[in-house]
Ligand binder design. Structure first.
Ligand code: HEC
Length: 100
């Protein structure tokens, strides 16, 4: 019985992996050298970004664009250079950030 519970939990967590970006993808994509989830670093905290664009239906695509092309002047004086990530990853990261 215990084994079944563990297996079910494992299957559930594996099933959740490919569709959602996470802090692992952000770390792998080197976002975390400038960002933190809940504290301002060189760049704004991901939670602050989520709060700023809460309820904005166009935010996901716009943020994916910022990640791919870079952003400047929206948060402060330091610009974000264009990030070398696949467009699908940028989209997934934008989506994830907005859930924080
Ligand atoms: C070299 C440092 C640096 C790296 C690396 C970096 N960022 Fe940023 N990021 C910034 C800075 C600085 C800003 C604020 C730019 C501004 O004021 O417009 C920012 C802003 C953002 C924003 C808000 C953009 C907007 O339009 O409001 C998002 C989303 C974001 N970063 C996501 C990411 C993701 C995802 C990665 C990894 C793929 C990443 N960043 C990597 C420095 C960085």
């Amino acid at each position: 019985m215990k084994t079944l519970v563990v297996l079910t939990a494992l299957a559930a967590s594996f099933a959740a992996l490919p569709a959602t970006a996470s802090v692992e993808l952000a770390t792998k994509s080197k976002c975390m050298t400038c960002h933190q989830v809940d504290k301002k670093a060189l760049g704004p905290a991901f939670k602050e970004i989520a709060a700023k664009y809460k309820g904005d239906k166009t935010a996901e695509g716009m943020l994916a664009d910022s990640i791919l092309k870079g952003a400047k002047g929206k948060w402060g004086k330091i610009p974000m250079p264009a990030q070398k990530v696949a467009p699908a990853d940028a989209q997934a990261l934008a989506k994830w950030i907005l859930t924080l």
